[in-house]
Design a protein. Sequence first.
Length: 129
Amino acid sequence: MIRTSILAGILLIFGTFVYAQNGGKAAPKRIIFEPGTPESLLTGSLKNGEEMEYVFAGVKGRKIVLRNSAASMFDVRVFSEDFGLETEFDSSREFSVTLPETGDYMLFVRKKMVRSPARSRFSVAIRIR
């Protein structure tokens, strides 16, 4: 009886550890700008309520412009905890923000909750000026 309890306890602990390792959040995708090209195109597919996370390097005083080709289905947001920048989710076809410091910034693309379609493809261009 004690053996069975010990074995069950070990399996429970091991199973919890394995489950926790697979339940983590995916790392954001790094946006790389090719030399001489100040724009990058982000594409993907999301279902209602899902977000895609990106990270990009920005320079203090530069402006980033986001062009959202499906603004009725997706909104975007720029964030940096380190630099105190947090925009609201924006549903405009074009959205811009001036970067307060040099460093990494997060960019979120979120699928709006709509009746149809529940899943859709997005295309967001990010340009640095």
